[in-house]
Unconditional design. Structure first.
Length: 222
């Protein structure tokens, strides 16, 4: 048994290093976002509230109310940014209910907001390891958002299925405008690499784009 495990050890070490590097990059990205976004916004709100207090003390209630309204609006915007950040890191439904409900909730949101049909066949994702579920969900979300940015498609399909080698294959296909810029998929490829997966971009059957992501067995189910 020990002899069989030895050949996989370098690959597992490399996977661990990739995951740790990706997590460090993600922490830096979040820290930068918090500093340049919500932290700066809340600092501005604090200054505005100081001004409100000063105006009230001087009996200038109308001016105080005007600034207070602006501070309230900025606070609501910041709450929305933080809520989006929390959802992007790991949506609550993914953590509490599982992969299929999370993808279905995302698909429903996309369909209703954009007036398009989203077809799902993703139950195989429920058997994935936790890291694979989170990573694959992020890949699906980014692929769909890219399809929407290219030019609204009328239909998107998301399929997750077990591959012949025991790994998992995911295909996100749309019938919108085709994507010719390879750099557009850098983020998706980086996410796939953290799972030791590979990404292939193909022309869709309906003239759009199909993103195919394949995860090896040891990454999908470890």
């Amino acid at each position: 048994m020990m002899a069989d495990a030895a050949p996989e050890e370098p690959g597992r070490r490399e996977l661990t290093e990739q995951v740790l590097a990706a997590e460090q990059d993600e922490r830096r990205r979040i820290a930068l976002f918090l500093h340049d976004g919500p932290v700066q916004s809340l600092s501005g709100v604090a200054l505005m509230l100081d001004a409100v207090s000063d105006f009230i003390a001087r009996g200038r209630d109308a001016e105080a109310q005007e600034i207070l309204d602006k501070a309230l609006m900025r606070t609501r915007t910041t709450i929305g940014e933080l809520r989006d950040l929390s959802f992007n890191i790991e949506p609550v439904v993914l953590r509490d209910q599982g992969f299929t409900p999370a993808v279905r909730a995302f698909a429903d949101q996309v369909g209703l907001s954009n007036g398009i049909q989203v077809d799902l066949d993703v139950e195989a994702g429920d058997a994935l390891a936790e890291n694979a579920r989170v990573g694959l969900y992020q890949i699906i979300r980014e692929s769909v958002n890219q399809a929407l940015r290219r030019g609204p498609p009328t239909r998107i399909s998301i399929r997750v299925a077990e591959a012949e080698d025991g790994g998992v294959e995911t295909v996100i296909a749309d019938d919108g405008a085709g994507e010719r810029r390879r750099a557009s998929y850098d983020d998706i490829e980086e996410q796939a690499r953290t799972l030791s997966g590979r990404v292939e971009v193909e022309a869709g059957q309906d003239g759009g784009t199909a993103v195919r992501v394949t995860l090896p067995p040891y990454a999908a189910h470890r």
